[in-house]
Design a binder for this molecule. Sequence first.
Ligand SMILES: [Zn+2]
Length: 119
Amino acid sequence: MKPQEILMRLYAAGGRIDLDPEQPGLIVPDQVRSMIEGHRELLRASVDLPEVARRARIFRNQIDAWITAGRIAVPTVTISEMPFENSGGCVSCGARLDHGHWRCPTCVAALYEALRRQE
Ligand SMILES: [Zn+2]
């Protein structure tokens, strides 16, 4: 299973990433706990948790600006300072990707967090 798929299952089950700057981590519902535990090292290697928090703020600001401008749907959120060297990379940061994905795992998590309404 790819990290993006693991993250989608985490979010579909109601989980999320705790963006606490002191101690970021996963909030894992019981129904996906064993699946997440089985892929913990893969997630650790592929999702940069402090970077998720930073990108989520950037994406949230881009989405808010889009909505404020009266546009429909959502923008293609991007990390502007990241080099866009390769076509076929992450649509948000340009990172190299496994075939079949639009975003890298860190951007997937950041977009989920940006779209999740803050309580
Ligand atoms: Zn990315």
